[in-house]
Design a binder for this molecule. Structure first.
Ligand code: CAA
Length: 390
């Protein structure tokens, strides 16, 4: 008899396992060697982008009919998880390519999809997502960026803030107010190109972590876009933005899982090598209990994330609502809180060494912090969950 547990289970298939092996091998060979330097120098991980594009792993979610790999939501999670295990900054390449382009996938017309998903799939362009503003973070509906209809197009003016991969991406999904009287129902979504006249970028933010992923403001100064750059109908932009986050908060959960797994793996190896009181510190029960708790929490987060990914896929396949809003928020919130705990414990297990940049766990701890903040703070996730209890 198929109980509700069976319904929730999303056991990775053999194909998913093979994908994980392949991404792990690529990440260890081509991304891990640069992770410390990318963080230290706060530079874009070009080596990672090149390796991901060469292996067709940079935007795996793009459907096959638009030239993409057509990976399902779990496969996308696995790619992000494995890249994040060695370099969180690099994992933002596949993650934000999905975030930026999903509004087009979910709500765009056929012509828009062909025009923008093809170059993304080929690796010729990356996609960013512009929702937040200096005074509209958690209250995304309070945005001020305006798009005014003018002849056969729209003119956009405003400032978007905290835009991941800004300046590197060619394409930007921009949410802007088209009808100020209707609050969230008066927001529309557009594709803006980096080369559009009037688009410019602020200085890169100086961040605690994910230093390899540029975060910049995007300035829109009388940017004229043709009307066919509108994603869906006028007034549907906020709903599209929220539907997108329902799916992509799961990719942040994946990133958190990967960061935590990287820290746990490193700490597990370290405690077998590090000797104190005449034996490896891993022989002490206090240390074993810490590792057990870390692994237990990580596996719980992984199960919630995979279950959420299964729901995301069923929704994409035309299934019902699947409580995706709840599960997307829950996976992101739980996995990121767990990643923060696990990476902090990994630093603790390495003691003084863990606190230095000679070892990777302090980077992982700094990188984990952002997963509790972006794509909606974990306080916002709790609001979303409370409003959408399954
Ligand atoms: N799916 C579909 N439609 C939705 C929806 C969802 N999940 N959530 C809301 N909507 C629509 C509904 O149609 C709703 O209208 P109804 O009254 O008809 O139901 C409308 O949107 C307004 O919804 P709310 O009344 O719930 O709006 P609100 O102003 O109270 O805000 C919020 C809701 C959940 C707090 C939202 O503002 C939010 O998610 N805030 C956080 C923003 C965020 O996550 N930012 C992250 C930026 S991206 C980033 O960080 C990425 C990066 O660079 C890596």
């Amino acid at each position: 008899m198929a109980g509700s547990a069976d319904f929730d289970l999303y056991r990775p298939s053999e194909e998913h396992d093979m994908l994980r092996e392949a991404v792990r091998a690529l990440s260890e060979a081509k991304i891990a060697p640069f992770a410390a330097a990318v963080d230290e120098e706060a530079r874009f991980p070009q080596e990672a982008l090149d390796a991901l594009v060469a292996a067709d792993l940079h935007a795996v979610h793009v459907p096959e009919e638009y030239g993409g790999a057509g990976a399902d939501a779990l496969a996308t999670v696995i790619v992000i998880e494995e890249v994040a295990r060695v370099c969180a900054s690099s994992s933002l390449i596949p993650a934000v390519n999905k975030l930026g382009s999903l509004p087009v996938v979910l709500s765009g017309g056929e012509d828009l999809k062909k025009k923008y998903l093809g170059p993304l799939a080929k690796g010729d362009a990356m996609f960013s997502y512009c929702l937040s503003e200096p005074d509209a973070g958690s209250d995304a509906g309070g945005m001020k960026t305006k798009a005014v209809r003018d002849g056969d197009g729209y003119v956009l003016n405003g400032v978007k803030r905290w835009i991941t991969n800004a300046g590197v991406s060619e394409y930007y999904t921009v949410m802007a107010v088209t009808d100020p009287d209707r609050r969230t129902k008066g927001i529309s979504a557009f594709v803006v190109e980096k080369g559009d006249e009037g688009v410019s970028f602020g200085a890169p933010e100086k961040k605690l972590g994910i230093k390899g992923s540029p975060t910049r403001e995007v300035y829109l100064d009388n940017v004229r876009v043709p009307a066919d750059r509108l994603i869906g109908d006028e007034g549907t932009g906020f709903a599209t933005a929220m539907k997108t986050l329902d799916h992509t908060r799961i990719t942040i959960a994946a990133q958190a899982l990967g960061i935590a797994q990287g820290a746990l793996d490193y700490a597990t190896g370290y405690v077998q090598e590090r000797k104190q009181f005449g034996k490896p510190i891993g022989d002490f029960q206090g240390v074993q209990f810490m590792l057990a708790d870390m692994a237990m929490k990580l596996e719980a987060a992984r199960q919630l994330t995979y279950s959420a990914a299964a729901r995301s896929q069923r929704v994409s396949d035309g299934g019902g609502k699947e409580h995706l809003t709840f599960f997307g928020a829950a996976a992101k919130c739980f996995a990121s809180d767990v990643a923060m705990e696990i990476t902090t414990d990994a630093v603790q297990l390495l003691g003084g060494y863990g606190y230095t940049r000679d070892y990777p766990v302090e980077r992982m701890m700094r990188d984990a912090k952002i997963t509790q903040i972006y794509e909606g703070t974990n306080q916002i996730q709790r609001i979303v969950m409370a409003r959408n209890l399954p």
